[in-house]
Design a protein around this ligand. Structure first.
Ligand code: HIS
Length: 376
C-alpha cells in the first residue's frame, strides 16, 4: 500500500544505496580533480535573497527559481538554481580583497521549478569551478581541461565539447551586420531553429552562413572564418583555434555551433557544452562571463568557469560499479580486530542477534577466527 505521504513531487527522487554510492564516488572524483588544479571549495547556503541571485550577472532569469517570502525578514528569497551567481557574490563580497585570479569550486544540489526540455528532474547535482579575474584564452583552456579531466575521472567515456560564441549576434550586429533594434531578437530566434528562410524574413540575410558553420570543429571553423564580417570575428576565431589545439591531448571530440545559446544566459565571448558517450543530454556547460559588484567597475569583473551536471552519468554507470566489499562480524567478535580491519579500508557489518548472517547482511566476507574469509 502506498499513501500520499509516501509520494515525492514530480521531478524529485531519492537515490538508494547503489546509486548513492556511485554519487558519492563520482562527486569525490570530480572534486579531487578541481582541488588538484588549485581550486578551493566554498559552501554557499541553499537559499538567499532573490535579488542577490538574480542581479549578479546580466541575463539571469529568476523565473525558474523556487521563490517565496521569508516569514522572518519579509523579503523575497529564492532557492539556488545555479551555484555560479553565488560564487560571484562571494568573490565580490567577502573575497573581494583576495588575490586574483581566484580559483573557487563548489558541489551540491540546485533546484528549479520546472525541468529542462526532455529532462523532468527539478533537483540536480551541480559541481564546478570558477576562475575569477580572467576571461582570456589561457583561462578558457584551463577551465576546459579541468572540466574534461573531472568528467573522465567521474567515469565518462568519449567526452565531447561543443563550442559556441554566446554574444555572437550582439558582436556582429554592432557593426559588421547591423540590425534594426527590433530585429535582434527575431534573428536570434531564427538562428536557434536554424531556419534560413525565417532568418531572411527577419532581415538577417547576412547571418544565414552561420547556420552552416556547425559540426566538427575543423570544418566548421573554416566555414566561420570564410564569413566576411570585416574582421569582427577574427580574434574569436583565432582564440577558438588556440583553445581547440590546447585541449586536443585530452582526446575529447570537438564540435562548433557558433550561434547556440540555449542555457547560455550570462556567458560572453566564449561558451561550451559537454557531452559523453551513452549519456542522454548535456553533462556540463561553461564559458566566460562578468560579475557585477560595487568594486567590479561598470563592466563587472571578468571570470571563466564550468558547471557539471553528473546525474545522468551516475545513472549510467551505477549498475556497473561494483559494490564495495563488506566483512560480516559474528556475535562476540573481537572488536579490536574489527577496528583494525576498518582502519585498513574494510567495511564491516556486525551481527546484532543470532539470526543475522553474512548473507542476510549482504556481506562478501566473514571474520572467522581472526581471519577475513571470502564467502563461497
Ligand atoms: N553555471 C553555468 C555554467 C557556468 C559556470 N561558469 C560559467 N558558466 C550553468 O550551469 O549553465
Amino acid at each position: 500500500m502506498t499513501d500520499d505521504t509516501d509520494l515525492l513531487p514530480e521531478g524529485l527522487e531519492d537515490r538508494l544505496p547503489r546509486e548513492a554510492a556511485t554519487t558519492t564516488r563520482a562527486m569525490r572524483s570530480i572534486q579531487d580533480v578541481m582541488h588538484g588544479h588549485g581550486y578551493d571549495r566554498v559552501l554557499p547556503p541553499m537559499i538567499e535573497f532573490e535579488k542577490s541571485l538574480a542581479s549578479r550577472m546580466a541575463g539571469i532569469q529568476s523565473r525558474r527559481m523556487f521563490r517565496f517570502v521569508d516569514p522572518s525578514s519579509l523579503r523575497m528569497m529564492a532557492l539556488r538554481s545555479d551555484f555560479t551567481p553565488q560564487i560571484g557574490r562571494i568573490a565580490q563580497g567577502r573575497l573581494a580583497g583576495a588575490a586574483r585570479p581566484l580559483r573557487l569550486m563548489y558541489a551540491g544540489q540546485v533546484l528549479t521549478i520546472k525541468g529542462d526540455g526532455l529532462d523532468p528532474a527539478r533537483e540536480k547535482l551541480q559541481c564546478g569551478a570558477e576562475l575569477i579575474g580572467a576571461d582570456n584564452v589561457a583561462a578558457a583552456i584551463e577551465i576546459l581541461i579541468v572540466a574534461i579531466e573531472a568528467l573522465q575521472a567521474a567515469g565518462a567515456r568519449s567526452v565531447s565539447v561543443d563550442f559556441t560564441l554566446p554574444d555572437l549576434v550582439d558582436t556582429l550586429a554592432a557593426k559588421a551586420f547591423p540590425l534594426e533594434p527590433g530585429a535582434i531578437e527575431a534573428v536570434r530566434r531564427e538562428l536557434d531553429t536554424k531556419d534560413a528562410g525565417g532568418l531572411r524574413d527577419a532581415g538577417g540575410e547576412a547571418y544565414v552562413p552561420l547556420i552552416y558553420a556547425t559540426g566538427d570543429f575543423d570544418g566548421a571553423i573554416e566555414k566561420l572564418a570564410a564569413i566576411d564580417a570585416g574582421g569582427a570575428l577574427a580574434s574569436r576565431i583565432a582564440a577558438l583555434r588556440e583553445i581547440a589545439a590546447a585541449i586536443a591531448p585530452t582526446g575529447a571530440r570537438l564540435t562548433l555551433d557558433p550561434s547556440e545559446r540555449h542555457g547560455f544566459e550570462y556567458q560572453s565571448w566564449f561558451g561550451f557544452t559537454l557531452y559523453a558517450e551513452g549519456v542522454r543530454g548535456l553533462l556540463g556547460r561553461g564559458g566566460t562571463y562578468r560579475i557585477a559588484g560595487a568594486n567590479a567597475g561598470g563592466e563587472g569583473e571578468v571570470a571563466t568557469g564550468f558547471s557539471l551536471y553528473p546525474d545522468a552519468l551516475i545513472d549510467l554507470i551505477a549498475q556497473s560499479e561494483p559494490l564495495s566489499d563488506k566483512v560480516f562480524l559474528p556475535l562476540g567478535h573481537d572488536r579490536e580486530v574489527a577496528a583494525r580491519l576498518r582502519s585498513i579500508g574494510w567495511r564491516t557489518a556486525a551481527a546484532l542477534s543470532e539470526g543475522d548472517s553474512a548473507v542476510s547482511l549482504g556481506c562478501s566476507h566473514t571474520l572467522d577466527g581472526g581471519e577475513v574469509v571470502a564467502l563461497a
